[in-house]
Each structure stands twice: as structure tokens, then as C-alpha cells.
Design a protein around this ligand. Structure first.
Ligand SMILES: Nc1ncnc2c1ncn2[C@@H]1O[C@H](COP(=O)(O)OP(=O)(O)O)[C@@H](O)[C@H]1O
Ligand SMILES: [Mg+2]
Length: 446
């Protein structure tokens, strides 16, 4: 049947279908407990397996090449050569390990967590360990299929997969992913506002993509920070087996209440019998309660705060959809990048002497929060004027330079120092010295 539809199927979808066939064919004691197996599967489990298979087949077979990752990538051969395998984390269904590839570079390997809650609960219920592991394997296969079909910077990249049915009992599914690091909310709270804003913006862009995805509007059913990882400072969702592309069916408006522990939202039932925008709204409110409330407001530039509270209010009561939310975020980004948020101040730079052609030797100095460096006080600024305002507000600050380093928004980092010694020539740099500081030092030297 796959061959008959071959023209419409990508190589990647075909691979997933083949894995599915291998799973359902039930090698040596596998199968769904029919065909004379010594331990027939309980009907409930058989039904669950059937449902997952249907779900998977629909996802795997539904698309052409368009938007999918190129076939190829890493496979079972590469897995046999990896070294330094160590567990990174686990959830209810899967366990994830870090591994070094033979050719250099590291990846994350996802497989079924045999001792995880999902398999354990299933075994308790049905007493069929092999069938339960297969149920979990379907989930991972669903994730692989989705990762292949959904391409976005906010979704962890699938680098390959391995369906290994060479063992005698069951097939092993391994997803090979780009390596990230688990999200540490506490750590994030200590990073500069600009970095926290970037994470929220990436999330908004991801939700925008999910709302308009090639598979329809996708809801993340288990939306929690632990389903995300950071890759090179970018937020990416990694756990996408628990998603739905279906919007809730309804007969009348009262079938469409979106419930959260602290709030409920009545939604409309559309003419086609679907709760309008329920998937998009569920994602957005989860983004609000798990990310925006923690990451957006705290230590934001004062002039941006009214815009940020608007975003918080409008997403917190779902007045905004994802399109408006993205627009509002982009407006804040624009204000921030262009320096329009800066309040009009007197020209503080006049209190500083600029020494062109010099910079300071890098060495340990006083710390400030939230510094981009552990060694001293390194902050993102719009320009020398804003740096002067910061230096004025810090007792220890005597001088600063605007470095060549840029943050993700393109703003320069300024390095603030407590002394004037150790100047070295650098044609591209300028040192700004507090006038007061320079005269005080002169006085001290006399
Ligand atoms: N690409 C990755 N890089 C680093 N860690 C990851 C990666 N993917 C997942 N993890 C870690 O593994 C944990 C379990 O993965 P997840 O897909 O959420 O499994 P489950 O479906 O069981 O919850 C995650 O919470 C995360 O900490
Ligand atoms: Mg998870």
C-alpha cells in the first residue's frame, strides 16, 4: 500500500511507515497479541495501540516532500560508533542521552524509557510489558514524524533516526537530535532582561508557526518549561509527541470552555462545529503563565514597562491572539533596538573626557548585575550616552569603553571600570573617563 501511494510520499514518510510496519508485524512474540501469540494482549491495550497507529499513519502519510527535512542524515550506523554516552534527562515516556559522534560533534539520543511512568502505568493496567513498550515506541515515532514535518528554529532539529529490529524481541526506536541543555528557570531569572526577552520572543514565533503550521493549528498538550531546551542561546521545544492538530468539536458555545487551574475562558463554537482557535489560545495562555509572567517584566527598561504590561494583560486574559502578540513583541523589539525607549536626559556624556585610541587592559574588576561577564561589569547599552548614565549611577565606576561585542539585538556591550590605570593603545577604541574621577585622581597624586 505504501508502494501504491509512493509518488505522493517522501522518503522520510516512507521510512516512518516502514518502521510502523515492522512494529505491527510483531517479530518474535511482538504483534498485537493476535496470531497465536502465547500472551494475547488485553483488548484495552490493543485498542490503544490501534489508535496510536492510526494517528501515526495519518501524520506520516499525509504530506509530500514540501517542508520536510531532506531524507538521509544520521542513522543506525552512526549510532554504533558513538562514544561518551551519558544520560541528560528523562520524562514520563522517553530518556535522553548525550553522545559524541565519531566524526566530531555531539548529539542527543531519545529512546523509550522502559522504567518511565508511561510504561509502568501501562504495565500496571494491562500486565503486558512488551505491548506497553510498543505503545511508548509509537509515541516516539510520532515525535520523529512530526519533527520531520515541522521545521522551525523554535523546534529542536532532527538529525536522524534509527529503527533497529535486529534484536529478537522488539524494535528499538532512537531519535537523533541536535544537542541542547535543559531549561533552568532559576538561572534564566538571573540573566539580563534582553536575553529573557529573546526567549519569550522565540516562544511567540514558535507559537505563531504552530498556529499556522502545514498540519493545521497545533496545540502542545503538555506545555511546560521542561519540554524545552536551549541550543546556542535559543529556546527550542523538544517534546512534541503530546500534541494535537485537531480542534475540539462542539455543538454549542458552552462545549467550548478552555479551563486552566486559575482561570476559565468561554470560547465560541464555529459554524463547522469546532471551538474557534482553541489550540492557539491554549498555547498562548500557557506561554503567559509559564514564561511571560516570570521572564518579561522583571528589570525591564522602565520606558518599555507599559508595553510589557499590555502584553501580559492581553495574553493573560486572552484578549490577544498569537498574531497580535507577535506584533506587540516586535514593537517592543523595535523600540528597544532603536533606542526610542530611552528617556530624554541631559547630556551626561559632557561629564566625561573621551580618550580616543585607547582601551583598558582586561582584568578582574567590580561586578554589577546583570553582567554579561563574570569578571567585571559588562552591560548592553544603546550607546555612549546610556553607558554614561549607568556609570553615573554606580559608585565604583570611573570609566567605561564601548566594546566591539554585540548582543543578539545588535547593541554593543559596554565595560565599566573602577580605575584609570592600565590604558593601552587601540586605534578603534575610546575610553570615557568621569571628569570628577580624573580630577580626584590628579588631586590624590599631587
Ligand atoms: N535535544 C535535547 N538536548 C538536551 N536535553 C534534552 C533534549 N531533548 C530532551 N532533553 C531532556 O530530556 C528530557 C526528556 O525528554 P522529553 O522529550 O521531554 O521526554 P518525555 O516525553 O518523556 O517527557 C527533557 O525534559 C529535557 O530535559
Ligand atoms: Mg517531556
Amino acid at each position: 500500500m505504501a508502494a501504491a501511494r509512493g509518488a505522493g510520499l517522501s522518503a522520510a514518510a516512507l521510512l516512518a511507515l516502514l518502521a510502523l510496519l515492522a512494529l505491527t508485524a510483531g517479530r518474535g512474540g511482538g504483534g498485537e497479541g493476535q496470531r497465536g501469540s502465547p500472551h494475547p494482549l488485553p483488548p484495552g491495550l490493543r485498542e490503544e495501540l490501534r489508535q496510536r497507529r492510526r494517528d501515526l499513519r495519518r501524520l506520516a502519510g499525509g504530506g509530500g516532500e514540501e517542508g520536510e527535512a531532506a531524507a538521509g542524515g544520521l542513522g543506525c550506523g552512526d549510532l554504533r560508533l558513538v562514544t561518551g554516552v551519558s544520560v541528560l534527562g528523562w520524562g514520563f515516556t522517553k530518556v535522553v542521552s548525550r553522545a559524541a559522534l565519531a566524526g566530531g560533534g555531539a548529539v542527543a539520543l531519545k529512546s523509550v524509557h522502559g522504567a518511565g511512568r508511561e510504561v509502568r502505568q501501562c504495565v500496571q493496567r494491562y500486565g503486558a510489558p512488551a505491548g506497553c513498550r510498543r505503545l511508548a515506541a509509537y509515541k516516539l515515532l510520532k515525535e520523529v514524524t512530526l519533527l520531520r514535518r515541522l521545521q522551525h528554529p523554535g523546534i529542536v532539529q532532527l538529525r536522524g533516526q534509527c529503527y533497529d529490529n535486529s534484536g529478537d524481541a522488539e524494535i528499538r526506536v532512537t531519535a537523533i537530535l541536535e544537542l541542547g541543555s535543559p531549561l533552568e528557570m532559576i538561572q534564566l531569572l538571573q540573566t539580563p532582561w534582553e536575553e529573557r526577552f529573546k526567549i519569550c520572543l522565540s516562544l511567540v514565533k514558535l507559537l505563531f508557526y504552530l498556529a499556522h503550521s502545514p498540519l493545521g493549528s497545533i496545540v502542545l498538550l503538555d506545555f511546560q518549561p521542561r519540554q524545552f531546551v536551549m541550543v546556542d542561546g535559543n529556546l527550542k521545544v523538544t517534546d512534541i509527541d503530546d500534541v494535537s492538530t485537531e480542534e475540539l468539536s462542539c455543538k454549542e458555545d458552552k462545549d467550548c470552555t478552555l479551563d486552566f487551574p486559575t482561570k476559565s475562558f468561554p470560547l465560541k463554537c464555529s459554524a463547522v462545529g469546532k471551538c474557534e482557535g482553541i489550540n492557539e489560545k491554549k498555547n498562548l495562555f500557557n506561554a503567559y503563565r509559564y514564561f511571560f509572567t516570570y521572564l518579561l517584566p522583571h528589570s525591564a527598561p522602565p520606558a518599555l514597562r507599559p508595553f510589557l504590561s499590555d502584553i501580559l494583560n492581553a495574553t493573560g486574559d486572552l484578549r490577544y491572539g498569537i498574531n497580535e502578540t507577535l506584533k506587540a513583541f516586535e514593537k517592543v523589539l523595535h523600540l528597544y533596538k532603536s533606542g526610542l525607549y530611552l528617556q530624554k536626559r541631559p547630556l551626561l556624556l559632557e561629564d566625561y573626557i573621551s580618550l580616543k585610541g585607547f582601551r583598558m587592559v582586561e582584568r578582574e574588576d567590580y561586578k554589577c548585575w546583570p553582567s554579561y561577564s563574570h569578571l567585571g561589569c559588562l552591560l548592553s547599552v544603546h550607546g555612549a550616552e546610556e553607558a554614561a548614565a549607568i556609570c553615573n549611577s554606580q559608585m565604583q565606576c570611573q570609566s567605561f569603553i564601548i566594546t566591539q561585542q554585540r548582543t543578539w539585538t545588535g547593541r554593543p556591550l559596554a565595560s565599566f571600570q573602577s580605575s584609570l590605570t592600565d590604558l593601552i593603545p587601540d586605534t578603534s577604541a575610546v575610553v570615557y573617563i568621569k571628569r570628577l574621577a580624573s580630577s580626584e585622581e590628579r588631586l590624590q597624586r599631587q
